[in-house]
Structure formats: C-alpha cells, structure tokens
Design a protein around this ligand. Structure first.
Ligand code: GDP
Ligand code: MN
Length: 350
C-alpha cells in the first residue's frame, strides 16, 4: 500500500558499528526477519532486536519487515532502524486482512467473548488478539512486502536469545530441505480450540490430496487422527518457508478453517493452526527442531541440551530452566516420532 516505507540503508557504509571482519562470508538467502507489532511495543521489540543482532544478524545483515494494522510512528521507525544491521521495511496491513470477514455473525462472536471473559480464558474477551491470530495464520506471508522473500524468521517483543547462532539457519533449512521449524512445543489450552480438530478432519476428507505421506500425525494425535492431543509448536519463534505458506495446500487449509469461524467463535491461535498444517501437509523430515537456538518467550525457556554445545556457543541460559524434557512439553514426542536419538546429555539435564 501507499503507506509502506523502506528506511534508507546507511548501514553498508564505513560507519557501520560491526567490524567488517565479523561479516559472515558467502552468499545470503532470500530471507527476512518479520515482526508484527504495535507502536506501543517499540521498547519490547527493541530488546528482541538487540539480542537477535548481537547473537546472529550483525554478521549476516538480513532484512527486517515490520507489520502493523496501524501506521508506524516516527519513534518506532527510527529506533528499530537504528538497532538493525540490515534493511528495515515498514508495512501497514490492509484492512481486508485484519478484521471480521462478512460471514461472521457479530452477535454470536460478541457472546463468545463475554462468556470467555467470565471463564477467565486468556485473551478470551479480546477482539484484537483474534485479528492478530487470524492474521498470523493466514495473511502475514501474503503481505506485499513479504512476497519477494522465500524464507522468514518470526520475532516477537521481549524474547531472548541465549546463545550465539554462528551459522545461517535459513541456509540450513534450504540445504536440508526443511520447511518449518520450532524451539518449543507444548499442549494448547483446550478451551480455546474445542472444534479446531473437527474442522481439520473435515478438511482432510475434502482435500486428501493435500495430506502428505509420512506426515507428523503421530505428533498431533494419539489415536491415529480421531482426536487431537493438543501438541503444537510455539509459533512466536518460527523459521520457515514462505512458498509453503503461500501454496494451494496451505491456503486451502486456512480458508477451510476460516469459513468454520473458530478464529471468532472460539479463540484459535496461529500456533496450533501452523502446527497442524505443518504436521499434516509436510513430510515429518521437513520440520526441524533447532536445539542450538536458545530462546525465551514468557513463560518458557529452551536452553540447549548438551554442555559442550552451550559452551561453544557462549550460552547464558541456565540449563535447569530448559522446558524440553518437562511433562508439559511435546518435544520428546517429536524425537520419538522421527526416531532420532535424544540430544547428548539429555539424561543429566531432564
Ligand atoms: P502472546 O505472545 O500470545 O501473549 O501475544 P503477543 O501480545 O506477544 O502478540 C503476538 C504478536 O502480535 C506480537 O508480535 C505483538 O506485538 C503482535 N500484536 C498483538 N496484538 C496486536 C495488535 O493489535 N496490533 C498489532 N499491530 N500487533 C499486535
Ligand atoms: Mn508474545
């Protein structure tokens, strides 16, 4: 849209703060960081950017796309531009992608919010949170600023990265034929998705051609697909392939869910939506667990298993905080399904 702005990029000049010697050699992937944020998130996203730059991007200078349903203000633009080493781009979200579709019954949606408020379901009374979840489920990868890229790394406000990332995760994904990735997995809050699996099952019936052979059904269901076990990858961190999200398979899935109305009549999150899509429409080998990317988003920590790895990558997380081998994590199921050995040191650190 006409509101999109791209900051001038003075960072290639000699005044760059990171010494040239620290630039990673070799080509870059067609990739970008992407952040959905409000102007009021500026200080929280600044903390995240600083960590991503210090731990990784100062050596790679990948672009960073910021998306917002409102116009970004001068403070947001100047602060985030100053903190990033690559080109920054700022996009306003089209109102057609952020709001109620016309087939949603407003009265019914309002009653649900009231009911969820009384039941104290987190974000249950929020309209904007629902628009956000629907946008992250079905639209961010189609924003005009995102169309030119093949890979994305999602970054949210107030995250932490505890270890150096001393290789290019985008390149790793491409070279190893990965399409989606995660660092934390857990069980979704049932009250937010009571009919998500019903909608998924009717999609599977309608579109068997989109269901991959050798998929991750075993991660999502304990009874061969009859019921959902609520396992999902935590989508506030994602490194993934945008062409997959823009594929007919994914779009058909999103549109099927959207028509069923659960983004508004329930409170479907983008995490279970992305996870079910990846779990059913990708081969299980196409989903990657980044053990070496140490990460925090309130309230969970992924601190890499394996002391050698932590020391080599200058990690500053406490391994006792690692959530992976906790009973509420689904990560062990991912290892079992893929028949890959648990990381070295797992016994000592669970
Ligand atoms: P939580 O992690 O599920 O608690 O949700 P967050 O509050 O972190 O929101 C998820 C992401 O969406 C973050 O990147 C937020 O900055 C962003 N976000 C949430 N609500 C809005 C909104 O109404 N407008 C915009 N522009 N961004 C939002
Ligand atoms: Mn968040």
């Amino acid at each position: 849209s006409a509101h999109d702005t791209t900051s001038p990029n003075p960072k290639q000049s000699s005044s760059s703060t990171a010494p040239l010697a620290h630039k990673a050699p070799g080509p870059r992937m067609n990739a970008t960081f992407v952040t959905l944020a409000r102007n009021s998130d500026v200080w929280e996203i600044s903390r995240s950017i600083r960590q991503v730059e210090d731990r990784f991007n100062h050596a790679y200078n990948y672009d960073w796309v910021f998306l917002n349903d409102a116009e970004f203000d001068e403070t947001f633009i100047s602060v985030t531009t100053a903190l990033t080493s690559g080109r920054t781009r700022y996009g306003k979200i089209d109102s057609a992608h952020w709001g109620f579709p016309d087939f949603i019954d407003q009265e019914k949606a309002a009653k649900v919010r009231e009911d969820m408020h009384e039941r104290k379901i987190i974000y249950g009374d929020s309209v904007s949170y629902r628009h956000m979840c629907r946008y992250e489920s079905g639209f961010f990868f189609r924003h005009e600023l995102m169309l030119e890229y093949e890979w994305y790394w999602r970054v949210e406000p107030s995250i932490e990265l505890f270890c150096d990332v001393s290789y290019d995760p985008f390149k790793f994904m491409a070279e190893n034929k990965k399409k989606y990735s995660f660092v934390l997995s857990l069980y979704e809050y049932e009250a937010t998705i009571p009919t998500l699996w019903d909608s998924t099952k009717s999609f599977m019936k309608e579109h068997p051609e989109h269901i991959a052979e050798g998929n991750s059904m075993q991660f999502l269901s304990d009874d061969g697909g009859e019921t959902y076990n609520h396992c999902h990858f935590w989508s506030n961190f994602e490194v993934g392939n945008l062409d997959w999200l823009r594929s007919k398979a994914y779009i058909d899935f999103f549109e099927h869910l959207d028509k069923d109305g659960g983004f508004f009549y329930e409170r479907w999150g983008d995490a279970p939506v992305h996870s079910i899509a990846a779990g059913l429409m990708l081969k299980k080998e196409e989903i990657h667990f980044f053990n070496d990317i140490a990460y925090y988003h309130v309230p969970f920590t992924h601190c890499p298993t394996g002391e050698k790895l932590r020391l080599e990558n200058k990690c500053h997380c406490n391994p006792k905080d690692n959530f992976d081998w906790n009973g509420y994590s689904c990560t062990k199921r991912y290892f079992e399904m893929n028949k890959i050995p648990l990381p070295e040191g797992y016994e000592k650190e669970q």
